[in-house]
Ligand binder design. Structure first.
Ligand code: GDP
Length: 532
């Protein structure tokens, strides 16, 4: 294998998904700690600060300048070069969060052992499933009182619709969390409480061995024996092929806070997950090992000050090697260019890079030329990666300019901000151009919109909340567009159009979606819109 090939094949690029507070940050931090990328826990992000209330958020963004926060981190561990993509929670949750998953080759789903599957996990999970990428489950906080592990696995299977395979099994929980049982090796990894350092002893003791009583106690020993018997009898076989296609999720138990089970998880995960996956461009498959460089833009982070053209575009390198000295071809812009200030994040530090390989994520300074989904490739090539889907917004507002004389600026601003991908805009058929319906994935985007319209376009907005929470793109059997009169709609449904002329329906409830689908058999409803 050439050095080039080995660089690519040692790369692992994954996203961590979870509901806020399940322990994503703590787990990420422990990974970095093992990788030697940070010297102590607690430096991954000034998290408590960035989680301030909405009103403080603008101020924080301003202070940060072009903040890349810790959305991407790279570190080395046992020969692997690991890229972690963070998916922010709470108010930071936005369409970017979903798009970040487009850049990952697998996902680690962190679940709180006391809470099980939660709302945000469910949302992010759906996007992973759409991509058929491997999904690994880390059931965290076993050092606290936890729900029954069988019940947790069942909940994942039932609620998320993915089979599970427990790679290890917890021995006790809370104060009695003694360690995990590695099912393949048939050994106990026994944790000794020593203040969260990485030490844990693996003891090869067969189940039923009387020595085990001394190690974990009679009661837990007998329970483990029963559990393992039940597991071996009931669960499906471990099938690597199904794991690779996102049909079977390997499950691990542990405690990120005390380090128990973190390293065994990291090791198994790295062994099971994939090297950089190919991406498609039209009918063409672009493999990571292809000689030529290629990448696509999956996220643009705009600065929050007036010079909003000062932005960073995040791209995922799909194939080959990026060389900072060489020009690349920006397909959508139709231009050769040199990427400006390419950078990567190593834990808390940003650093300018000279090269990057397939699998890596880099942020480049964007003078306002890139859009979400854009392709960069070697000069002479012209393919375009398949577009990143548009994700259905979950919050809607009706928006117009307070000053009717500013209609032009209003529309220009709305359209430009929508082009950047921070919001989606819609119009009702036959309505004038005075008002726009805005849809967002996370409500923080509404505040960002008002702020930017005021500061960049000098337009004060008049906003009105709308009761809709769901959106579906629609298609009729004959592909023709429809009028409201052609459909049987309840009073809580609204027909709108996006700015490309695609028709959509807004709904106030899931129930209403089902009702509408049943009564309008000629319609097909889509949750993700094709095209960027
Ligand atoms: P995130 O929102 O998913 O990034 O969650 P954090 O990593 O910030 O964790 C949320 C809270 O749970 C923090 O107070 C952590 O100290 C705590 N926490 C994280 N992992 C564990 C764990 O394994 N056990 C216990 N007891 N607490 C944990």
């Amino acid at each position: 294998m050439s050095q080039y090939e080995s660089e690519i094949s040692r790369r692992r690029t994954f996203a961590i998904i979870s509901h806020p507070d399940a322990g994503k940050t703590t787990l990420t931090e422990k990974f970095l700690l093992y990788g030697g990328a940070i010297a102590q826990a607690g430096v991954v992000k000034g998290k408590k600060n960035t989680r301030a209330a909405t009103s403080d958020w603008m101020e924080i963004e301003k202070q940060r300048g072009i903040s890349v926060t810790s959305s991407v981190m790279q570190f080395q561990y046992e020969g692997f070069c690991i890229n972690i993509l963070d998916t922010p929670g709470h108010q930071d949750f936005s369409e970017d969060t979903y798009r970040t998953l487009m850049a990952a080759d697998s996902a680690v789903m962190v679940i709180d052992a006391a809470k099980g599957v939660e709302a945000q996990t469910r949302k992010l999970f759906k996007v992973c499933v759409m991509r058929d990428i491997p999904i690994f489950t880390f059931i965290n906080k076993m050092d606290r009182e936890a729900r029954d592990p069988f019940e947790l696995c069942e909940e994942i299977e039932h609620e998320l619709g993915i089979d599970t395979y427990a790679v290890n099994w917890p021995i006790g929980c809370g104060k009695d969390f003694k360690g995990v049982y590695d099912r393949a090796k048939k050994e106990i990894i026994h944790f000794t409480s020593n203040g969260g350092s990485k030490a844990a002893t693996a003891t090869q003791v067969a189940l039923g061995d009387p020595n085990l009583d001394a190690l974990i106690g009679k009661v837990l020993h007998s329970q483990l024996t029963d559990d393992v018997e039940l597991l071996d009898g009931a669960s499906c076989d471990f099938d690597m092929d199904r794991v690779r296609h996102g049909k079977l999720s390997p499950v691990f138990f542990g405690s990120a806070l005390t380090n128990f089970g973190v390293e065994p998880f990291l090791e198994s995960f790295l062994r099971m997950t994939t090297p950089p996956l190919p991406r498609t461009a039209g009918g063409q498959v672009i493999d990571s090992m292809d000689d030529d460089f290629s990448a696509f833009v999956f996220k643009i982070q705009a600065n929050m000050n007036k010079a909003h053209r000062d932005r960073i575009a995040f791209m995922r390198v799909v194939s080959g090697r990026f060389d900072a000295d060489r020009e690349v071809y920006h397909v959508q812009g139709g231009k050769k260019l040199r990427l400006s200030r390419p950078q990567q994040l190593m834990a808390a530090e940003r650093e300018i890079i000279e090269e990057a390989f397939a699998g890596d994520i880099m942020g480049v300074f964007d003078p306002g030329i890139f859009s979400i989904g854009d392709t960069l490739c070697a000069p002479g090539k012209k393919f375009q990666f398949d577009p990143i889907p548009t994700f259905a917004p979950e919050h809607f507002q009706r928006v117009r300019s307070r000053d009717t004389m500013k209609r032009k600026q209003f529309l220009k601003g709305m359209e430009q901000i929508a082009q950047e991908g921070a919001i989606q805009i819609f119009k009702t058929p036959y309505s004038g151009m005075e008002e726009v319906i805005v849809g967002v994935v996370g409500t923080l985007q509404f505040d960002v919109l008002e702020y930017r319209m005021r500061s960049e376009y000098n337009v004060e907005l008049y906003v009105e909340g709308l009761p809709y929470e769901y959106l579906r793109w629609i298609r009729t059997e004959d592909g023709e567009s429809v009028r409201e009169d052609d459909l049987i709609l309840g009073t809580d449904v609204k027909l709108v159009e996006d700015y490309k002329g695609n028709q959509l329906l807004l709904f106030a409830s899931q129930w209403s979606i089902n009702w509408t689908a049943e009564r309008n058999k000629n319609l097909t409803l889509f949750e993700f819109g094709g095209g960027a």
